[in-house]
Design a protein around this ligand. Sequence first.
Ligand code: ADP
Ligand code: MG
Length: 251
Amino acid sequence: MTDTLAITNQKGGVGKTTTCVNLAASLARLGKRVLVVDMDPQGNATTGSGVDKHADDPTSCEVLLGQATIAEAAHRVEAGYDLVPANGDLTVAEVRLMEAERREYRLQEALAPARESYDHILVDCPPSLNLLTVNGLVAADGVVIPMQCEYYALEGLTALMRTIESIQRGPNPKLRISGLLRTMFDPRNRLSGDVSEQLTGHFGDRVFRTVIPRNIRLAEAPSFGQPALLYDASSRGAVAYLALAGEMLRR
Ligand code: ADP
Ligand code: MG
């Protein structure tokens, strides 16, 4: 059965896209059939996977508007997963969907015929709780929440949890929290350790055991259009995301 995960946090710069691309590459390396759907108008998952976001091909914008299927929009990337790209057009789709019927279900409906082709579908959400993110949450079985262990991280979590609960009460009762993921972790930082403890105290085993360290290779790889697993397979970042994929498969 396909597992669809929305990678979500309304805070920008917490490692959503890095997690999406590197987890996709890791799952593909472990032999899984993986689709990434870029739902951020910034198109970072697209560029970071080596796909030209300004090409004339259909993107997630056309998919949401019902003008292209997932199969038509998906590109096979070097790291061995498929990717539906995004660019600034996605903002247009969001505005045009505002008034549309079943606007929250567009991604879910588009993914339905593609599910058979994939073991894992990862949706890279934008840094806000807008209609694009809602489409991701409605289409998903689980939410992965990347977060940096800093004071304000916990504050934003409350709003995100409320959004998730309202999706569970409404359009997607089966939505679960797959896990909170500690990213850009620096063990030398006291505050990181404290926040990490609070997090595990509060969310228990919903916090992934795997911790993603701050690692320069993860930051460099996107400019080469590659996940760290291709750019530098032995880097601590690449190894950490492989471990995360393993943890997910065991769960
Ligand atoms: P988001 O998608 O949540 O906005 P990104 O994944 O784009 O966040 O990450 C924000 C920035 O931090 C990017 O420049 C990215 O390369 C960098 N980054 C993400 N994770 C790590 C990490 N573990 N170590 C070092 N840099 C990271
Ligand atoms: Mg991003």
